[in-house]
Design a protein around this ligand. Structure first.
Ligand SMILES: Nc1ccn([C@@H]2O[C@H](COP(=O)(O)OP(=O)(O)OP(=O)(O)O)[C@@H](O)[C@H]2O)c(=O)n1
Ligand SMILES: C[C@](O)(CO)[C@H](O)COP(=O)(O)O
Length: 401
């Protein structure tokens, strides 16, 4: 039977050097939590069989909802609470990993979002050969020593110096022994390899990459953002039709218009808002409103479509997206839409979290051609853009005011 490889992603630190509204691993980078990127790298590494996530105590639910659920991380088998020191967090992750039958461990910082999946494989290979291996990069700057942070004492020889990164790979039983020895002796280390060195064990260096940065300060966040490139924009199109019938209200963009006919449908049949919802769902790759709000579900009978739009916007947010711009055109022979278009745009903007300038409502007739021209119905076509949601960290359990 193949030996089991478990990645332990440690994300239980407080992020004190970063500051901010939540521990840094929950802050948004490119529209999604930093931790989710680190987990995605472990997930994408073919050599990793399972992942254990270590988060701050009290953040388990937040971690599951915001860092796991939206990202299809199906290798994650456990979310456990860490401790005050990194070592305690690794120990908590180790216990869960041993419970999963781990033979090999790859410890990775939840604060290193840009690690490449192939680095996991390279470190594992090094660990298999030597019992322990870590990613690292040679120091490239000239290194000065200063006792007081003002005056230089000496210039160090940088040639033997490396900057340690993660992943760090270990035979599981060796790491368990090392942690036990450290606990007994009261040793404390900023990385797991330090324990091995102290025990006189061999640790193999594997060439990492300079861009595998650990996000520690606000400057690192800006650098990581620059390395990721500009935020993605996605485009979606939505198209909807409804028949006109007597005895029905005519609601368009949440505005009720005086008209002898209204649109027929299971909900309030707000064709304009329906097209916008379909556009948003299409842009996020989340299907369409028929799938989300089936017309046989009594819960949606006569539903206010602006409320449904609110639910679509919330669903997008769960997947790390927010609306960026909405352009929607109503095709109707009458009544005259132009006087009401600003109020419709305002309604859509309010619910989508946009400013009115980011929403355009236009209308056209078919010059009396076809069914719509004969006043039998209306249609609407929306083109929308969405962008990654920034500041995805929700109000934090431990820092909620
Ligand atoms: N008690 C701790 C401390 C750190 N870590 C994790 O170890 C990684 C590297 O640590 P560091 O960058 O020092 O994170 P913080 O401890 O959060 O940062 P700070 O020292 O600024 O508070 C991070 O993913 C961090 O969440 C952890 O799991 N448990
Ligand atoms: C493990 C590590 O990321 C390797 O660079 C680093 O040692 C963590 O140290 P920190 O002092 O907790 O930032």
């Amino acid at each position: 039977m193949a030996e089991k490889v478990v990645a332990i992603v440690v994300a239980a630190g407080g992020g004190t050097r970063m500051g901010g509204p939540a521990p840094k691993q929950f802050l948004a980078l490119g529209g999604r939590p930093i931790l989710s990127w680190a987990l995605a790298a472990a997930q994408a590494a073919a050599c990793v069989d399972a992942i254990v996530v270590v988060c701050p105590a009290g953040w388990e639910d937040h971690t599951r909802r915001h860092c796991l659920a939206p990202f299809g991380l199906d290798k994650v088998r456990a979310v456990v609470a860490g401790g005050a020191q990194r070592q305690d967090s690794v120990a908590a992750g180790l216990e869960a990993a041993l419970g999963l039958g781990a033979h090999w461990l790859l410890i990775h910082d939840g604060a290193r979002p840009l690690a490449r999946p192939e680095l996991f494989a390279a470190v594992l290979e090094g660990a298999r050969a030597h019992g322990a291996a870590i990613a690292g990069v040679p120091v490239v700057d000239t290194i000065k020593r200063s006792a007081d942070g003002r005056l230089v004492q000496t210039t160090e020889d940088r040639r033997p110096l490396w900057r340690a990164q993660t992943p760090q790979g270990f035979r599981a039983e060796l790491l368990a022994q090392a942690l036990q020895a450290a606990r007994a002796a009261g040793w404390s280390f900023t990385d797991e390899a330090g324990l091995f060195e102290r025990l006189g064990r061999e640790v193999r260096l594997i060439m990492g990459r300079a861009d595998n940065i650990k996000i520690t300060t606000p400057e690192d966040l800006a650098l990581a953002q620059a390395l990721l490139g500009p935020p993605a924009i996605r485009v979606g199109q939505g198209l909807d039709y409804h028949r006109l019938a007597p005895g029905r209200p005519l609601v368009l963009g949440g505005v009720r218009l005086e008209h002898e006919l209204g649109l027929l449908g299971h909900s309030d049949a707000d064709v304009l808002t329906h097209a916008v919802m379909d556009g948003l769902l299409a842009a996020a790759g989340l299907g369409d409103i028929g799938r989300l709000f089936p017309d046989h579900d009594p819960a949606h009978k006569d539903a206010d479509s602006l409320v449904l739009l609110g639910r679509v916007v919330a669903l997008l947010a769960e997947h790390g997206w927010r609306p960026a711009q909405i352009a929607v055109t109503l095709v109707a022979q009458g009544p005259k839409i132009a006087p009401h278009a600003p109020a419709m745009a305002q309604n859509l903007a309010r619910v989508a979290g946009l400013s009115p300038g980011q929403v355009n409502v236009a209308a056209t007739t078919t010059e009396a051609m076809g069914a719509i021209g004969r006043g039998e119905g209306m249609s609407a076509l929306a083109v929308v853009t969405i962008t990654p949601l920034e500041g995805a960290a929700e109000p934090a359990p431990s820092r909620r005011r």
